[in-house]
Ligand binder design. Structure first.
Ligand code: NAD
Length: 293
């Protein structure tokens, strides 16, 4: 059994990006610039955005945080998005979700220039991804695909079960893993809350990607020997044994499942660190090529 160490791989990629930014600086090129729009002061959103800005600075990117109070109108927010679309210094930007209820998330996402949509949420990027064309792929699926690539895990012809069909994780992953390229060419099944016989599907699968958000849902007896298990789930639970007072639990009962696997990701330290790195990779890509293809 080999652990897919997302923390280590993410640190390697971060170094690669920092070196590339150094080269850009030394040759007098334009420093990649990521902007983020944050509406309101939802604590998890504050934490995520602060983390994204910090990592940008660590690799030498320029970053800008644009903040609005949660009573901003949809029209005003769309105006702010259009300003970033037009700003030639900003290579890519994100609008941190969720947005207040009076604002339509699809309307905001569709107002982003797809060439600056480094979160990969715009329908143009999703459509291009499904067709296997150059596009920005959202951070968590992109991070998982990169982790599979870095561990050289065979995917062609293998049965792959993705559990969870959200637009930001499960659904894009199921598309990516069925594309006619590596990592891909897998025979993909997308399971969700209406799926019947989930245990039977899990037991048959060579690769299982758990993105349902149900702590320790997958147990040792559910998987076959030699399976690859990628645990996307993160649930925060109270703990008396950590300084912060909480710990993160994945969708997989790691101690039982790991001994049966060929490869497995831990939680924390698996998929999580790869997610933020993918946003940096997308921003670097945006700064290098202003147009797809
Ligand atoms: P979501 O709630 O939008 O989607 C969950 C999906 O799981 C749904 O499609 C639902 O149908 C399916 N599901 C729920 N219970 C099920 C069951 N018993 N059987 C089969 N399917 C079931 O969640 P999401 O945004 O995709 O996130 C999923 C998990 O991944 C969460 O724990 C989230 O915190 C985590 N996550 C982690 C990262 C990361 O960077 N590691 C990024 C995004 C999400």
């Amino acid at each position: 059994m080999q652990i897919m160490d997302g923390k280590k791989v993410a640190a390697e990629i971060k170094d690669e990006i920092a070196r590339e930014v150094d080269q850009i600086k030394n040759s007098g090129g334009k420093i990649p610039h990521l902007a983020a729009i944050l509406v309101g002061n939802d604590p998890p959103s504050e934490t995520y955005v602060a983390g994204k800005v910090r990592v940008c600075e660590e690799v030498g990117f320029k970053s800008t945080l644009v903040r609005f109070t949660d009573d901003i109108s949809e029209e005003r927010l769309i105006e702010a998005v259009r300003d970033l679309n037009k700003n030639p210094d900003v290579d890519g930007f994100i609008v941190q979700l969720p947005l207040p209820e009076h604002i339509s998330e699809p309307n905001i996402i569709e107002s982003i220039d797809p060439h600056k949509d480094v979160d990969g949420f715009h329908p143009v990027n999703i459509g291009r991804m499904v067709l296997g064309l150059p596009s920005f792929v959202s951070a968590t699926p992109a991070g998982i695909i990169e982790l599979i690539r870095r561990y050289d895990i065979p995917t062609a012809g293998r049965s792959c079960l993705v559990i969870g069909r959200s637009n930001i994780v499960g659904r894009p992953l199921s598309n990516l893993l069925s594309l006619k390229r590596y990592p891909g060419n897998a025979t993909v099944t997308l399971a969700h809350s209406k799926t019947t016989n989930l245990p039977g599907l899990i037991l048959e699968s060579d690769i299982i990607i758990a993105a349902l958000g149900s702590p320790e849902f997958i147990t040792g007896e559910m998987i076959k020997e030699g399976a690859v298990v990628i645990d996307v789930g993160i649930t925060r639970v109270k703990s008396d044994f950590t300084k912060s007072g909480y710990k993160l639990i994945g969708d997989v009962k790691f101690d039982e499942v790991a001994p049966k696997c060929s490869f497995i990701t831990p939680v924390p330290g698996g998929v999580g660190p790869m997610t933020i790195i993918s946003l940096l990779r997308n921003t670097l890509l945006a700064s290098k090529s202003k147009r797809f293809g």
